[in-house]
Write a protein that binds this ligand. Structure first.
Ligand code: NAI
Length: 247
């Protein structure tokens, strides 16, 4: 079958990545969901149906990225959309954070995004078009305690979005980011676990007074992936209930 578009969603087995893959597959985009745990991916793929293919791939396997991308390109001759969604957080005070833990977060959330985007862009160039979407965070805009490595990775990713957009625009590839506010997923429930004060603070400074859902992010990703966003690049869409502009 010839699909309208082919997409890769990293970390697509759960949370925000799953919701993005769900929206894409419902809209007829053939979507590869990647992640570390094959069983989890297979369960996700079963729920997503025939337009989804699970692909076990750990983002930290940098040297295997070219093969991974070539395999997908060979199967379809094209990759239209890449959503760099996979990410980890590591909550620890700055004085207790080791170099190893810092590097680990940077490797997963930033370095691997660069490597994967570069390889996918090489495929997109052949078709003269493509959309890369980076999932960043409120930490790219303001300081949150105990997440210094995560903040460095997401602020870096926000900056890299602009630089990649400038480099890739002449080649027909758009690069944008979505900065989610606080969204109900396993990641936030872990961050808020035993820290109700933190959760209360989030809600107090969010004008809409609630957390978002993964679907809110999926709708924005679908827009950025679509031709409706054809003149938008280097942009960030904050999907945050007003959190970043709240007092
Ligand atoms: P999640 O923990 O449910 O999803 C993260 C996904 O990334 C998981 O499927 C995980 O297996 C995958 N992943 C992690 N390391 C990987 C690796 N080395 N290789 C392949 N896959 C890997 O969390 P959530 O909330 O859905 O997060 C998705 C993205 O959204 C992350 O980049 C996160 O930083 C970002 N985000 C989430 C917010 C929230 O409120 N939930 C707020 C701001 C940003």
């Amino acid at each position: 079958m010839n699909y309208k578009k082919v997409a890769i969603v990293t970390g697509g087995g759960s949370g925000i990545g799953f919701a993005i893959a769900e929206k894409f597959t419902q809209e007829g985009i053939f979507t590869y969901v990647t992640g570390r745990n094959l069983e989890k991916l297979q369960v996700a793929a079963e729920r997503l149906g025939a337009n989804c293919r699970p692909f076990q791939f750990d983002m930290t396997w940098l040297d295997k990225i070219p093969d991974f991308v070539n395999q997908i390109a060979k199967e379809h001759g094209r990759i239209d959309v890449l959503v760099n969604n996979a990410g980890i957080n590591f909550k620890n005070g700055m004085l207790e954070l080791s170099d190893e833990d810092f590097q680990n977060v940077i490797l997963t959330n930033l370095t691997s995004v660069f490597s994967l985007s570069r390889e996918v862009a090489k495929v997109m160039v052949e078709n003269g078009c493509g959309s890369i979407i980076n999932i960043t965070s409120m930490t790219a805009f303001y300081g949150i305690p105990k997440v210094v490595a995560y903040t460095a990775s997401k602020a870096g990713l926000q900056g890299m979005t602009r630089a990649m957009a400038v480099d890739l625009s002449p080649l027909g590839i758009r690069v944008n980011s979505i900065a989610p506010g606080f969204i109900e997923t396993a990641m936030t429930s872990k961050a808020f676990n035993g820290d109700l004060r933190r959760k209360q603070k989030v809600l107090e400074r969010t004008p809409m007074g609630k957390m978002g859902t993964p679907k809110d992010i999926a709708n924005a990703a679908y827009f950025l992936a679509s031709d409706n966003a054809e003149f938008i690049t280097g942009e960030v869409i904050r999907v945050d209930g007003g959190n970043a502009i709240g007092f």
